[in-house]
Write a protein that binds this ligand. Structure first.
Ligand SMILES: Cc1cc2nc3c(=O)[nH]c(=O)nc-3n(C[C@H](O)[C@H](O)[C@H](O)COP(=O)(O)O)c2cc1C
Ligand code: SF4
Ligand code: SF4
Length: 252
Protein backbone atom coordinates (compact mmCIF):
# COMPACT_ATOMS: atom_id res chain seq x y z
CA UNK A 1 0.00 0.00 0.00
CA UNK A 2 1.34 3.42 -0.98
CA UNK A 3 0.05 6.29 1.16
CA UNK A 4 0.54 9.82 -0.11
CA UNK A 5 0.08 13.48 0.70
CA UNK A 6 0.41 15.93 -2.19
CA UNK A 7 -0.57 19.55 -2.81
CA UNK A 8 0.64 20.13 -6.36
CA UNK A 9 1.16 16.60 -7.65
CA UNK A 10 4.90 16.00 -7.24
CA UNK A 11 4.39 13.43 -4.51
CA UNK A 12 1.32 11.99 -6.26
CA UNK A 13 3.35 11.43 -9.46
CA UNK A 14 6.01 9.58 -7.44
CA UNK A 15 3.41 7.61 -5.45
CA UNK A 16 1.56 6.58 -8.61
CA UNK A 17 4.70 5.28 -10.25
CA UNK A 18 5.65 3.33 -7.13
CA UNK A 19 2.15 1.85 -6.91
CA UNK A 20 2.21 0.78 -10.57
CA UNK A 21 5.70 -0.70 -10.53
CA UNK A 22 5.42 -2.38 -7.14
CA UNK A 23 1.88 -3.54 -7.82
CA UNK A 24 0.55 -1.81 -4.73
CA UNK A 25 -2.64 0.11 -4.03
CA UNK A 26 -2.57 3.90 -3.72
CA UNK A 27 -4.35 5.73 -0.91
CA UNK A 28 -4.47 9.28 0.43
CA UNK A 29 -2.83 9.55 3.82
CA UNK A 30 -5.85 11.50 5.05
CA UNK A 31 -8.06 8.48 4.17
CA UNK A 32 -5.57 5.89 5.44
CA UNK A 33 -5.84 7.17 9.02
CA UNK A 34 -9.41 5.82 9.08
CA UNK A 35 -8.43 2.34 7.81
CA UNK A 36 -7.06 -0.81 9.42
CA UNK A 37 -3.83 -1.46 7.48
CA UNK A 38 -2.48 -4.17 9.78
CA UNK A 39 -2.88 -6.77 6.99
CA UNK A 40 -0.53 -4.86 4.64
CA UNK A 41 2.96 -6.40 4.24
CA UNK A 42 4.50 -3.30 2.63
CA UNK A 43 3.64 0.33 3.42
CA UNK A 44 5.14 3.30 1.56
CA UNK A 45 4.77 6.91 2.71
CA UNK A 46 5.22 9.54 -0.02
CA UNK A 47 4.99 13.21 0.93
CA UNK A 48 6.64 16.65 0.42
CA UNK A 49 9.20 18.41 2.61
CA UNK A 50 8.03 21.58 4.36
CA UNK A 51 10.70 23.71 6.03
CA UNK A 52 13.17 20.79 6.15
CA UNK A 53 10.54 18.77 7.96
CA UNK A 54 7.27 16.87 7.62
CA UNK A 55 4.16 18.84 6.64
CA UNK A 56 2.78 20.08 9.98
CA UNK A 57 -0.32 17.87 9.77
CA UNK A 58 1.65 14.69 9.11
CA UNK A 59 3.05 13.64 12.51
CA UNK A 60 -0.44 13.26 13.92
CA UNK A 61 -1.64 11.36 10.85
CA UNK A 62 1.32 8.95 10.94
CA UNK A 63 0.84 8.43 14.67
CA UNK A 64 -2.78 7.41 13.99
CA UNK A 65 -1.96 4.84 11.27
CA UNK A 66 -2.81 1.23 12.12
CA UNK A 67 0.05 -0.76 10.60
CA UNK A 68 1.73 -4.00 11.54
CA UNK A 69 5.20 -3.93 13.20
CA UNK A 70 6.10 -6.75 10.76
CA UNK A 71 5.37 -4.61 7.68
CA UNK A 72 8.23 -3.39 5.45
CA UNK A 73 7.79 0.37 5.89
CA UNK A 74 9.53 2.82 3.57
CA UNK A 75 9.35 6.47 2.60
CA UNK A 76 10.06 8.46 -0.55
CA UNK A 77 10.16 12.18 0.18
CA UNK A 78 9.79 14.85 -2.48
CA UNK A 79 11.46 18.23 -2.06
CA UNK A 80 12.83 21.21 -3.95
CA UNK A 81 16.35 20.11 -3.10
CA UNK A 82 16.77 19.31 0.62
CA UNK A 83 14.51 16.91 2.50
CA UNK A 84 16.34 17.89 5.69
CA UNK A 85 15.09 16.35 8.87
CA UNK A 86 12.07 14.51 7.40
CA UNK A 87 13.51 11.02 7.57
CA UNK A 88 14.61 11.32 11.20
CA UNK A 89 11.32 12.83 12.37
CA UNK A 90 9.37 10.13 10.55
CA UNK A 91 11.61 7.40 11.95
CA UNK A 92 11.06 8.70 15.49
CA UNK A 93 7.27 8.85 15.11
CA UNK A 94 7.20 5.30 13.70
CA UNK A 95 9.50 3.99 16.44
CA UNK A 96 7.12 5.37 19.04
CA UNK A 97 4.57 3.02 17.44
CA UNK A 98 7.00 0.10 17.54
CA UNK A 99 7.65 0.25 13.80
CA UNK A 100 11.08 0.48 12.17
CA UNK A 101 11.52 2.61 9.04
CA UNK A 102 13.36 0.29 6.65
CA UNK A 103 14.11 2.54 3.68
CA UNK A 104 14.09 6.20 2.66
CA UNK A 105 15.10 8.24 -0.35
CA UNK A 106 14.24 11.64 -1.77
CA UNK A 107 13.24 12.93 -5.19
CA UNK A 108 13.95 16.57 -6.10
CA UNK A 109 11.17 18.34 -7.97
CA UNK A 110 10.16 21.94 -8.76
CA UNK A 111 9.76 23.79 -5.45
CA UNK A 112 6.09 24.71 -5.15
CA UNK A 113 6.82 27.20 -2.34
CA UNK A 114 8.93 29.30 -4.73
CA UNK A 115 5.92 31.44 -5.70
CA UNK A 116 5.58 32.53 -2.07
CA UNK A 117 9.04 34.09 -2.38
CA UNK A 118 8.41 35.75 -5.74
CA UNK A 119 10.11 32.99 -7.74
CA UNK A 120 8.65 30.73 -10.38
CA UNK A 121 8.38 26.95 -9.84
CA UNK A 122 7.70 26.55 -13.57
CA UNK A 123 11.26 27.71 -14.26
CA UNK A 124 12.51 24.63 -12.36
CA UNK A 125 11.05 22.01 -14.71
CA UNK A 126 14.60 20.91 -15.61
CA UNK A 127 14.54 18.96 -12.33
CA UNK A 128 12.22 16.42 -14.00
CA UNK A 129 15.19 15.19 -16.08
CA UNK A 130 16.89 13.58 -13.08
CA UNK A 131 13.71 11.94 -11.77
CA UNK A 132 13.59 8.77 -13.93
CA UNK A 133 17.08 7.61 -12.88
CA UNK A 134 16.32 8.24 -9.19
CA UNK A 135 12.97 6.44 -9.49
CA UNK A 136 14.60 3.41 -11.14
CA UNK A 137 17.12 3.21 -8.28
CA UNK A 138 14.36 3.50 -5.68
CA UNK A 139 12.14 0.89 -7.36
CA UNK A 140 15.06 -1.54 -7.70
CA UNK A 141 15.99 -1.11 -4.04
CA UNK A 142 12.38 -1.47 -2.89
CA UNK A 143 11.93 -4.63 -4.96
CA UNK A 144 14.94 -6.02 -3.08
CA UNK A 145 13.40 -4.86 0.25
CA UNK A 146 16.59 -2.91 0.92
CA UNK A 147 17.21 -1.61 4.44
CA UNK A 148 18.87 1.74 3.69
CA UNK A 149 18.14 5.28 4.81
CA UNK A 150 19.59 7.51 2.10
CA UNK A 151 20.26 11.02 3.34
CA UNK A 152 22.79 13.78 2.79
CA UNK A 153 25.07 15.42 5.35
CA UNK A 154 23.27 18.69 4.59
CA UNK A 155 20.58 17.07 6.71
CA UNK A 156 22.63 17.96 9.76
CA UNK A 157 22.44 21.65 8.91
CA UNK A 158 18.77 21.43 8.14
CA UNK A 159 18.21 19.49 11.38
CA UNK A 160 19.53 22.57 13.19
CA UNK A 161 17.31 24.87 11.15
CA UNK A 162 14.34 22.68 10.56
CA UNK A 163 11.35 22.77 12.84
CA UNK A 164 7.74 22.43 11.71
CA UNK A 165 6.40 25.47 9.88
CA UNK A 166 3.65 26.10 12.38
CA UNK A 167 6.10 25.98 15.29
CA UNK A 168 8.41 28.44 13.57
CA UNK A 169 5.53 30.79 12.91
CA UNK A 170 6.17 30.51 9.16
CA UNK A 171 2.44 30.13 8.69
CA UNK A 172 2.03 33.82 9.48
CA UNK A 173 4.21 34.61 6.50
CA UNK A 174 3.25 31.87 4.06
CA UNK A 175 -0.36 31.50 5.19
CA UNK A 176 -2.87 31.81 2.32
CA UNK A 177 -5.25 34.79 2.20
CA UNK A 178 -8.30 35.19 -0.05
CA UNK A 179 -8.89 38.33 -2.07
CA UNK A 180 -12.70 38.44 -1.94
CA UNK A 181 -12.86 40.83 -4.91
CA UNK A 182 -11.30 38.20 -7.17
CA UNK A 183 -13.02 35.10 -5.72
CA UNK A 184 -15.91 33.75 -7.84
CA UNK A 185 -16.94 31.11 -5.30
CA UNK A 186 -16.11 28.23 -7.67
CA UNK A 187 -15.13 25.98 -4.73
CA UNK A 188 -11.95 24.48 -6.25
CA UNK A 189 -9.89 25.53 -3.24
CA UNK A 190 -12.41 23.81 -0.94
CA UNK A 191 -11.98 20.59 -2.94
CA UNK A 192 -8.16 20.53 -2.96
CA UNK A 193 -7.56 21.44 0.69
CA UNK A 194 -6.29 18.31 2.50
CA UNK A 195 -7.22 19.81 5.86
CA UNK A 196 -10.88 20.61 5.02
CA UNK A 197 -9.87 24.11 6.08
CA UNK A 198 -11.73 26.15 3.44
CA UNK A 199 -15.47 26.73 3.17
CA UNK A 200 -17.66 28.97 1.09
CA UNK A 201 -19.56 31.71 2.88
CA UNK A 202 -21.75 34.06 0.83
CA UNK A 203 -20.13 32.52 -2.26
CA UNK A 204 -16.63 33.52 -1.16
CA UNK A 205 -13.83 31.24 0.05
CA UNK A 206 -13.10 31.51 3.75
CA UNK A 207 -9.88 29.98 5.13
CA UNK A 208 -9.98 28.54 8.66
CA UNK A 209 -7.25 28.05 11.24
CA UNK A 210 -6.13 24.45 10.46
CA UNK A 211 -3.85 25.32 7.56
CA UNK A 212 -0.87 23.01 6.98
CA UNK A 213 0.60 25.55 4.50
CA UNK A 214 0.59 23.12 1.60
CA UNK A 215 -0.32 25.93 -0.87
CA UNK A 216 -2.63 23.58 -2.82
CA UNK A 217 -5.35 26.25 -2.81
CA UNK A 218 -2.93 28.98 -3.93
CA UNK A 219 -1.75 26.96 -6.93
CA UNK A 220 -5.21 25.66 -7.92
CA UNK A 221 -7.28 28.87 -7.91
CA UNK A 222 -8.09 29.76 -11.52
CA UNK A 223 -8.74 33.37 -10.51
CA UNK A 224 -5.41 33.74 -8.69
CA UNK A 225 -7.54 34.97 -5.78
CA UNK A 226 -5.42 33.41 -3.01
CA UNK A 227 -2.15 35.07 -2.04
CA UNK A 228 0.64 33.73 0.13
CA UNK A 229 3.41 35.51 2.02
CA UNK A 230 1.58 38.76 1.19
CA UNK A 231 2.45 38.31 -2.49
CA UNK A 232 -0.20 38.40 -5.16
CA UNK A 233 -0.33 35.11 -7.04
CA UNK A 234 0.63 35.29 -10.71
CA UNK A 235 -0.82 32.73 -13.11
CA UNK A 236 2.60 31.92 -14.57
CA UNK A 237 3.88 30.99 -11.10
CA UNK A 238 1.05 28.57 -10.34
CA UNK A 239 2.39 25.04 -10.56
CA UNK A 240 1.13 21.49 -10.94
CA UNK A 241 3.21 18.43 -11.82
CA UNK A 242 3.05 17.91 -15.57
CA UNK A 243 1.62 14.37 -15.32
CA UNK A 244 -1.08 15.34 -12.83
CA UNK A 245 -4.44 16.89 -13.69
CA UNK A 246 -6.44 19.13 -11.39
CA UNK A 247 -9.09 16.40 -11.07
CA UNK A 248 -6.42 14.05 -9.64
CA UNK A 249 -5.93 16.52 -6.77
CA UNK A 250 -9.62 17.07 -6.00
CA UNK A 251 -10.24 15.41 -2.65
CA UNK A 252 -14.00 15.85 -2.43
C1 LIG B 1 5.50 25.37 3.02
C2 LIG B 1 6.51 24.70 2.14
C3 LIG B 1 7.79 24.51 2.59
C4 LIG B 1 8.74 23.85 1.80
N1 LIG B 1 9.99 23.62 2.32
C5 LIG B 1 10.90 22.94 1.58
C6 LIG B 1 12.19 22.64 2.13
O1 LIG B 1 12.49 22.91 3.30
N2 LIG B 1 13.10 22.01 1.35
C7 LIG B 1 12.81 21.66 0.07
O2 LIG B 1 13.69 21.10 -0.59
N3 LIG B 1 11.59 21.90 -0.49
C8 LIG B 1 10.63 22.53 0.25
N4 LIG B 1 9.37 22.76 -0.28
C9 LIG B 1 9.07 22.30 -1.64
C10 LIG B 1 8.26 21.01 -1.67
O3 LIG B 1 8.76 20.07 -0.74
C11 LIG B 1 8.30 20.36 -3.07
O4 LIG B 1 7.96 21.26 -4.07
C12 LIG B 1 7.40 19.13 -3.10
O5 LIG B 1 7.82 18.29 -4.14
C13 LIG B 1 5.94 19.45 -3.28
O6 LIG B 1 5.22 18.25 -3.34
P1 LIG B 1 3.70 18.15 -3.75
O7 LIG B 1 3.56 18.68 -5.15
O8 LIG B 1 3.39 16.69 -3.71
O9 LIG B 1 2.89 18.93 -2.77
C14 LIG B 1 8.39 23.41 0.49
C15 LIG B 1 7.08 23.60 0.03
C16 LIG B 1 6.14 24.23 0.84
C17 LIG B 1 4.73 24.41 0.33
S1 SF4 C 1 -10.61 28.55 -6.03
FE1 SF4 C 1 -10.34 30.78 -6.03
S2 SF4 C 1 -12.16 31.58 -7.05
FE2 SF4 C 1 -12.61 29.46 -6.50
S3 SF4 C 1 -13.63 29.64 -4.47
FE3 SF4 C 1 -11.43 29.33 -4.08
S4 SF4 C 1 -10.56 31.42 -3.88
FE4 SF4 C 1 -12.60 31.61 -4.85
S1 SF4 D 1 -5.90 26.35 3.37
FE1 SF4 D 1 -4.72 26.11 1.44
S2 SF4 D 1 -2.58 26.06 2.13
FE2 SF4 D 1 -3.84 25.68 3.95
S3 SF4 D 1 -3.99 23.45 4.11
FE3 SF4 D 1 -5.77 24.15 2.92
S4 SF4 D 1 -5.13 24.03 0.76
FE4 SF4 D 1 -3.28 23.91 2.04
Amino acid sequence: MILYFSATGNSLAVARQLAERLNERLMLLTEAVQQDLTGEKRIGLVFPTYDFNLPPAMPEMVAQLKISPQAYVFTVITCGSMAGNCVWVLRRILREKGIELAYSHKVSMPDNSALAFGRNPNKQLGKYERVPARMEQIIRELQDESHTLHYSWFSLLSWLLGRPAVERGMIHYLGPKVNADKCTGCGTCVRVCPMENIRLTDNKALIGDHCTVCLACVHACAQQAISTNGKETLKERQYRHQQIKLKDLLLR
